[in-house]
Design a protein around this ligand. Structure first.
Ligand code: GAL
Length: 647
């Protein structure tokens, strides 16, 4: 597999005379891909129907003839001002009923047919003009679906489309009433056009209504994206990509990914640590300038699955960002570490955001590889160091890990709809399992809940999967793997009711959930042998074997035939025990890695990452602070540390 560097560039932000030198400097830094175009609609079509693309022709020519491969973005995340005059009702509407106005970006509702047609029109114009262009080697659809909370819209077009969606799904309004349990509180409908969107209700709306609306909202994103991919596919064989984000769960990325060739995501480790993760103040202080040691890896593994094996980092943080509550600078070495970590997880390309810091508008405080006046910013040298190491490493292919972790977007929608306890969050639960697996030194594959072939996996973890198809459970067993389910796995039907056979709805497992309680922070229930059950505790009964119990003797982990059910939300110490027990059962070696040190296997290369600012000794190997050590057959073949490769 070829692994390369890229950069995001905005020719429309700079005088044309600068483009050629920028292109040469990119090549000099070891960059081979450049993404352009995704926000430039007002320069492509300043007046409705009058296209001005000559500047884009020239930009592509300048970049391409310097040796760069271009990723061309469709500009639909930033419809120009005239679009709002033409389609005044295209703006998304927030939960309080207010339109989300022009003046930033992503100001559109996925359900607006007029805007969808405009998006198709501009995509077709670009596809027809550039499909033959030898420099355009990949396409990006739109930009970051879901950024700025833009998936869910309570607009009139969304309402009409939701009514049609309900009709297609349920057939008759009686069937819908029965599925949702609308007899409760006399919420029954008598025709589909009576169904409103689930906002502005007096108290909470029916969770079945909300979950249906969430599924609908996700489907609208898939449909919007598909309009573009259908057009692009009719013109080009170049790979189609979308740039997803970190911990954005409002649409099913696996569904969108079906229509794309490559998944990519935008990785901002320091911003995410401060604004997107539950962690102690100590943890946040320790990794303030490095980012969380598992957050990036989790998304690398997630998007490898979404991309069916092919994935990139489309935007890599190169220095301080502008959008988090606090925006510290990365420690020396971290930009290189993040980049190499992505490659260790199988990324084909890591592309920095952005080439040169913008001197104007919203992101003028966001670093680039160059300062606004064109000097090199600290990230530039690190990009060079990465390019050098990439050139030296033997080429590798990603191989299957021993452990799979199921990730299921609808489960997040379900538990978000009815958390039952403020601490219960689907991402938080799955991520805590992922962290524990990584603390044990394991490489992990993330898979979707539609996976039915687990051949080669020794263990499959599926915590919190709200509705489980029995075929998934059977497939895990057929592969001979240990399946770890719960808490809350198999807890509801697709229409948000308690399964007729009770909880959990898992085949051939005699475990019953008799009572559920949620617990406030710091009131965790102590577990015999160590660790606590936090946030969530189920009272379990049944004939399955009890593997773990609370100090008071209540079972929390039960199982039979390598089918395990966990009734609680484990804290870190308890997860470590569960991972160790599972690994022991399937004879998988597990170690305990020092805090902030992580490992990832890529082909026959072993990558060790030290997210700590200080040196760590790992057996015979010294890991300098903020470093990456690459080993092959236990021999160190490369080190990327601030004091070595970066000097
Ligand atoms: C991303 C986005 C970019 C830029 C960047 C700043 O979310 O795709 O356009 O805004 O964040 O960090």
């Amino acid at each position: 597999m070829k692994q390369e560097l890229g950069v995001c560039y905005y020719p429309e932000h700079w005088p044309e005379e600068m483009w050629a030198k920028d292109a040469v400097d990119m090549i000099e830094a070891g960059i081979t891909w450049v993404r352009i175009g995704e926000f430039a609609w007002s320069r492509m079509e300043a007046v409705a129907g009058t296209l001005t693309l000559e500047w884009l022709d020239r930009a592509i020519e300048v970049l391409g003839s310097a040796g760069l491969k271009v990723v061309l973005g469709t500009p639909t995340a930033t419809p120009p001002r005239w679009m709002i005059d033409k389609h005044p009702d295209m703006l998304a509407v927030d939960e309080a009923g207010n339109p989300r106005k022009f003046g930033s970006r992503r100001h559109y509702c996925f359900s607006h047919e007029g805007y969808k047609a405009e998006s198709a029109r501009i995509t077709k114009i670009l596809a027809e003009r550039y499909w033959k262009n030898p420099h355009v080697a990949a396409w990006q659809t739109d930009n970051e679906y879901g950024c700025h909370d833009t998936i869910i819209s309570y607009s009139e077009p969304a309402k009409t489309a939701f009514q049609a969606w309900c009709k297609a799904r349920y057939g008759t309004v009686e069937a819908l009433n029965a599925a949702w349990g609308n007899i409760f509180w006399s919420m029954e409908y008598f025709s589909f056009d009576q169904i409103d969107l689930p906002n502005l209700t007096v108290t909470e709306p029916n969770p079945a209504h909300v979950l249906a609306f969430r599924r609908f909202s996700s489907d609208q994103v898939v449909a919007f994206n598909k309009v573009q991919t259908d057009i692009l596919r009719a013109h080009t064989d170049a790979p189609l990509i979308h740039n997803y984000m970190g911990r954005i769960l409002e649409f099913d990325h696996f569904d969108v990914g079906e229509d794309l060739d490559i998944a990519s995501w935008d990785s901002y480790p320091i911003g995410f640590l401060s604004d997107r993760l539950e962690a102690s103040e100590d943890h946040k202080a320790r990794f303030l300038r490095q980012g969380d040691p598992d957050m990036q890896a989790f998304h690398h593994d997630l998007y490898r699955a979404v991309g069916k094996g092919r994935w990139w980092v489309m935007e890599q943080q190169p220095g301080p960002v502008n959008w988090a509550p606090y925006n510290p600078a990365p420690l020396p070495g971290m930009v290189a570490l993040w980049s190499l970590e992505a490659f260790a997880h199988g990324a084909e390309v890591v592309s920095y955001f952005r080439w040169r810091q913008a001197p104007f508008a919203q992101e003028q405080m966001h670093a680039g590889l160059q300062t606004p006046d064109g000097r090199e910013a600290p990230g530039m040298d690190e990009a060079r160091a990465v390019a050098k190491i990439l050139a030296e490493l033997p080429p590798q292919e990603t191989q299957q890990a021993d452990v799979a972790l199921v990730f299921d977007y609808p489960s997040d929608w379900a538990w978000h709809t009815q958390p039952q306890g403020a601490g219960f969050d689907y991402f938080r639960l799955v991520f805590s399992a992922y962290r524990a697996l990584r603390r044990g030194g394991l490489s992990v594959d993330i898979v979707s809940a539609s996976c039915r072939d687990f051949t080669g996996y020794k263990a499959v973890f599926a915590p919190g999967v709200a509705t489980v198809d029995p075929a998934l459970v059977e497939a895990v067993s057929t592969a001979g793997a240990l399946g770890l389910y719960g808490p809350r796995t198999g807890a509801i039907t697709k229409d948000f009711s308690i399964p007729a056979s009770g909880r959990p709805e898992l085949p051939d497992l005699d475990v019953h959930v008799d009572l559920i309680e949620s617990i406030p922070p710091h009131a965790g229930i102590p577990v015999a042998g160590g660790g606590t059950a936090d946030h969530w505790h189920e009272r379990l009964s049944g004939s399955a074997e009890v593997f773990l119990a609370t100090q008071a003797g209540a079972p929390i982990l039960m199982g039979q035939n390598k089918r395990w059910y966990l009734g609680s939300f484990p804290n870190q110490a308890l997860w470590d025990r569960i991972v160790a027990m599972a690994c022991e059962t399937v004879l998988l070696p597990v170690s305990t890695f020092p805090e902030g040190v992580r490992r990832r296997q890529l082909g026959d290369l072993e990558f060790l990452f030290n997210y700590n600012a200080t040196d760590v000794q790992l057996g015979e190997t010294k890991l300098p602070g903020c470093s990456v050590v690459v080993r092959q057959d236990t021999t160190t073949i490369a080190i990327c540390a601030p004091q070595t490769c970066l000097d």
